[in-house]
Ligand binder design. Structure first.
Ligand SMILES: C[S@@+](CC[C@H](N)C(=O)[O-])C[C@H]1O[C@@H](n2cnc3c(N)ncnc32)[C@H](O)[C@@H]1O
Length: 247
């Protein structure tokens, strides 16, 4: 079963943090991560009620630390209408679709919830592998953060034991860096490179690559690069490096 971390990014109100802890525990989730939280007093504890333990064991991390240790990062947003026209054009998944996507994987999945006043910014969303949104009424789509956490936790409760170990963020970043070098190597038009790279990240990010699959893609890129440099020659096994060991 993957480890699911509920990450509150710069929450403003301690009451919401307390309610979030409570609803997490209602559905069996205990790993709360807080990025730059406000000072907490008795209010958060009162709102957490019998989930004080979730609150007390919450980790305080930077967003960088969250990304670095995650195997998969999921951004949540209620601002679907606003973001759909953004050039990133990331597809959005509902909580049941998210469950389908992650139900067979193992590793650490961080689900990010944004600030009460303006959510997650575009850069934070772009760094995530998957974007999830809860389909709500168009009349008033944005939910209270703790309610949104409740819906996501309800949907992801009792995930089965994951079979596949995901490539982690460090491994995926190495793959994206390799893809960037590859684009350079094939003289991909410089003005299109950033968008192509972003597109590759979006596609590879949401496919939940396993360690072995990421390694195989490295191997294919490496072979192609080698053949471009040495046309007509057989691939030299000794040029293989760490990344395609498992190919
Ligand atoms: C009060 S909302 C932020 C509102 C902000 N004005 C915006 O447009 O993003 C706080 C957080 O709750 C979560 N949230 C609210 N409504 C949601 C929805 N319909 N689907 C998924 N997450 C939602 C998101 O993580 C959001 O960043």
């Amino acid at each position: 079963m993957p480890q699911v971390d509920i990450v509150l990014v710069e929450p403003l109100y301690e009451g919401n943090i307390g309610f979030a802890a409570r609803v997490m525990k209602n559905f069996g989730f205990h790993n709360m991560v807080l990025v730059n939280p406000p000072k907490m007093t008795m209010e958060a504890t009162a709102r957490a009620s019998h989930a004080k333990d979730v609150l007390e064991s919450a980790e305080v991390l930077t967003l960088e630390e969250v990304f670095r240790r995650s195997d998969l990062a999921v951004a949540t947003t209620g601002g679907l209408a606003k973001s759909v026209s953004h050039p990133m054009r990331m597809p959005y998944y509902s909580p049941p679709e998210l469950r389908e996507m992650i139900k067979n994987v193992d590793g650490r999945i961080s689900i990010l919830f944004g600030r009460e006043n303006w959510g997650l910014n575009n850069e934070e969303i772009a760094r995530c592998d998957i974007v999830a949104t809860i389909p709500t009424s168009a009349e008033y789509p944005v939910m209270n953060i703790s309610h949104a956490i409740g819906v996501v936790c309800y949907e992801l409760a009792h995930l089965p034991r994951g079979e596949y170990l995901l490539a982690n963020k460090v491994e995926m970043d190495a793959l994206y860096a390799h893809f960037a070098r590859f684009l350079e190597g094939i003289s991909h038009p410089i003005e299109k490179r950033e968008t192509t790279l972003l597109l590759a990240k979006r596609v590879l990010g949401r496919t939940n690559l396993t360690v072995r699959e990421a390694s195989t893609i490295h191997g294919v890129l490496r072979r192609t690069e080698w053949h471009l440099k040495h046309p007509g020659m057989a691939y030299e096994e000794k040029s293989r490096e760490h990344w395609d060991e498992e190919e």
